[in-house]
Design a binder for this molecule. Structure first.
Ligand SMILES: Nc1ncnc2c1ncn2[C@@H]1O[C@H](COP(=O)(O)OP(=O)(O)O)[C@@H](O)[C@H]1O
Ligand SMILES: [Mg+2]
Length: 276
């Protein structure tokens, strides 16, 4: 089998696709530094171009912020990366070898791309700990044995995640009793249990208090490096706090890209977005 007929098999070494375990991620080839390439991506809805020859390259370990007015195509871009929407044209590669346009949403998740939608979807009647445990045990058989004993490595991973999302003190609480912001953190923790290489976060601090927003900024900065994060956000204070490189989308294409200060002072960006 060659790279063209089965990109995932190639990327994962020698294991055919559905066979490999979720915990042992396939090797994403980041030998050229970049972990994600979108090239010339177009998506039309009834003739309207939501994405128009979009080009985007993200380096491994980056924390990239994507901003832009409503309707710019930000969510559609995430839909293309996560496999929810197929582009009409263009290529999407995860590392050097994995062609995401050939994979289903589930295969993309397995390949190491985790997505967080705006509304948290935690299991309200389960405890915080159990939510993380469920996220780790993704196949149905394992799920049936939720109350089977965890091995110590699994317990360690859950404990480490609880610390990261600052919910260790609430581990035994039903998730339904958490604040909105804490539910968002728990959902990020659930994503982390699946060990993604790339995290897609669409408006993660919407509805959070200022204190929760600040702590989310710290969490994302901690995750960058070991993970790659793509964050879509309208909260410019939050973006300023975490941003390295900012990409501005407008009418389905990149309008500007660069350090926060450069982008903020770009007259075109002020006109279409920041100045309104
Ligand atoms: N499933 C869809 N069907 C029709 N139009 C859509 C669909 N999804 C998005 N759009 C349109 O595509 C454009 C880009 O939307 P979106 O990607 O959600 O923008 P953003 O997230 O930047 O606000 C908008 O004009 C939106 O109405
Ligand atoms: Mg959106």
């Amino acid at each position: 089998m060659n790279a063209v007929s089965n990109p995932v098999a190639t990327a994962s070494g020698d294991q055919p696709f559905p066979g490999y375990s979720r915990v042992l991620q396939p090797g994403v080839d980041i030998s050229h530094k970049a972990i994600l390439y979108l090239e010339d991506i177009s998506v039309s809805f009834d003739g309207f171009k939501a994405l128009n020859r979009l080009m985007l390259t993200i380096d491994s370990g980056e924390l990239r912020c994507i901003i832009g007015p409503n309707g710019a195509g930000k969510t559609t871009m995430m839909d293309v990366i996560s496999g929810k929407t197929r582009p009409d044209s263009g290529t999407v590669y995860f590392g050097q070898t994995i062609d995401l346009t050939r994979l289903t949403e589930a295969q993309i998740a397995h390949a190491g791309i985790g997505r967080k939608f705006q509304k948290p979807t935690v299991f309200e009647n389960h405890t915080v700990f159990e939510n993380l445990e469920l996220a780790m045990k993704t196949d149905k058989r394992a799920r049936a044995s939720l109350f089977a004993l965890l091995d110590s490595a699994q317990r360690d991973r859950i404990a480490q995640t609880l610390d990261r999302i600052e919910l260790a003190a609430k581990a035994d609480r039903p998730a339904g009793l958490l604040s909105h912001g804490q539910k968002q953190w728990l959902e990020i923790g659930m994503l982390l249990m699946q060990e993604p290489r790339l995290l897609l976060l669409d408006e993660p601090v919407a509805g959070m208090t200022d204190a929760e927003t600040e702590r989310t900024a710290e969490l994302f900065k901690t995750l960058a490096g070991t993970h790659t994060l793509i964050v879509v956000e309208h909260d410019m204070d939050f973006v300023a706090r975490i941003a390295r490189t900012v990409t501005v989308l407008h009418e389905g294409s990149v309008l500007a890209e660069g350090p926060m200060e450069t982008v903020q002072n770009d007259p075109r960006v002020v006109e279409v977005y920041l100045g309104r």
